[in-house]
Design a protein around this ligand. Structure first.
Ligand code: PAF
Length: 281
């Protein structure tokens, strides 16, 4: 597996792949790989083409009060894991390579960035859209793979690709969960053993909502309150939001009449965890 540190090296690698007639399949990450990341890499590999993964903890998507400095990192482990699932190149740039002195440009997808996580993290998605746009220009992938755990991020990237006419297929991939239902996340390492146990309430509450919809419940307010109550019963949980929104526009809905996203963000100690499910009438 090639480790590429500069944009020039990436461009050369991509050119060589294209000369062999290969498609470029891209998995953007911030590293500290878990089974969720590896499932994206395997899917990118199984769909053919040359798999390139970016590993870049993007400072632009962290507010000054957030966890940029302590965000978990382990390059050697990530290197081994990526290699084990058939990744052919790992793009691991320095911050100065992505944002050289004097860097200014931002990409914004304002409507989709405002609700849900955008309320407590108002600059986060500008940072995500900007770095993903840069990566797309550098790597020129044919396909890019995104996990549905970061559902709002996925919708923003889909919108950005459409608005900017980028010839890239965005491939949404299912949430990967631990055996007890907790969605895999690099930030799960922040949890103490008690918080880790409590955090399973997110999956249990979302499952409850799914079952309600399967049994005919259509009232968004009933679902939202039911999920809130279940999470609030966990003493270690502090709710940031529980929302029931249209799965495409991310605008609040009153009734479940089309695909609807039930999304939660909850603090357990220092960790802010997100999870979601899409329900259909
Ligand atoms: O989902 C992530 O890990 C990041 O937000 C991404 C897409 C790699 C951009 O930094």
């Amino acid at each position: 597996m090639r480790i590429l540190r500069t944009i020039a090296e990436v461009r050369q690698w991509v050119r060589a792949q294209r000369q062999q007639g290969r498609a470029i399949h891209f998995v953007p990450t911030m590293g500290y790989f878990h089974e969720g990341h590896l499932s994206l890499m395997r899917r990118a590999r199984d769909e053919g083409g040359a798999v390139i993964v970016s590993l870049f903890v993007n400072p632009l998507q962290f507010a000054p009060s957030e966890d940029l400095e302590r965000y978990p990192r382990d390059f050697e482990r990530d290197h081994q894991l990526a290699q084990s699932v058939g990744v052919e190149a790992l793009f691991h740039p320095e911050v100065g390579e992505m944002y050289p002195e004097g860097y200014q440009t931002l990409v914004r997808v304002p409507k989709l960035s405002a609700p849900l996580c955008g309320r407590s993290r108002p600059t986060h998605f500008d940072g995500v859209a900007t770095v993903v746009m840069k990566l797309f220009h550098i790597l020129t992938p044919d396909r890019a793979y995104f996990g549905q755990k970061d559902y709002q991020q996925l919708r923003i990237i889909q919108q950005m690709v459409r608005d900017m006419n980028l010839p890239i297929e965005i491939v949404p991939c299912p949430i990967v969960r631990e055996a007890d239902g907790l969605a895999m996340s690099s930030r799960n390492v922040y949890l103490t053993p008690e918080e880790r146990r409590s955090a399973t309430v997110l999956y249990r509450s979302l499952r409850w909502a799914e079952e309600q919809v399967q049994s005919g419940e259509r009232d968004a307010c009933t679902l939202r309150e039911g999920v809130c109550q279940r999470i609030a019963r966990e003493p270690l949980a502090r709710i940031d939001y529980v929302e029931v929104v249209d799965a495409e526009t991310l605008e609040p809905v009153e009734q479940i009449e089309q695909p609807t996203l039930i999304a939660v963000a909850v603090f357990f100690g220092k960790a802010r965890l997100i999870d979601n499910t899409v329900v259909r009438p």
